[in-house]
Design a protein around this ligand. Structure first.
Ligand code: 5GP
Length: 118
């Protein structure tokens, strides 16, 4: 990934240079509590390593990774007790969506009634 910045905040979290409250990890992904939660439960799920910077960088070769990311998110949501009342998965891409960290990530939001998407 040519424009990947290895000093981005999630790269630092992966290297434990910045502390985070991890709620999940496996060989490919980690998930941690968002520092500025937008919902009672707000977790960020990221791939390990040098990830695509965002949705724009995805190619066919990311199909399996993206599927596994989504399945991991459902597993985490279940572990956090969000399954019954529901939850939302969000991927922000670019300035209009408010993307601030350029390492692909999925937000897991729940724990209370969420506002409308748009
Ligand atoms: P984006 O807006 O790019 O979709 O999401 C980035 C998210 O990362 C934001 O919700 C923001 O609160 C979170 N974030 C930024 N810096 C840190 C940090 O140092 N620690 C944690 N846990 N979350 C962070």
């Amino acid at each position: 990934m040519s424009d990947y910045d290895s000093e981005n905040v999630f790269a630092k979290i992966l290297r434990d240079e910045i502390p985070s409250l991890r709620v999940y990890e496996d060989d490919e992904f980690i998930a941690f509590r968002d520092i500025d939660p937008s919902a009672p439960t707000h977790v960020v799920l990221i791939p390990r390593g040098e990830a695509p910077t965002g949705l724009d960088q995805l190619t066919e070769s990311d199909t399996t990774m993206l599927g596994k990311l989504t399945i991991a998110a459902t597993k985490i949501a279940r572990e956090l007790g969000l399954e019954t009342d529901g939850y939302r998965l969000v991927l922000n891409n670019g300035p209009d969506a408010g993307q601030t960290v350029f390492h692909l990530h999925m937000h897991i939001l729940g724990g209370g009634r969420l506002g409308p998407v748009a």
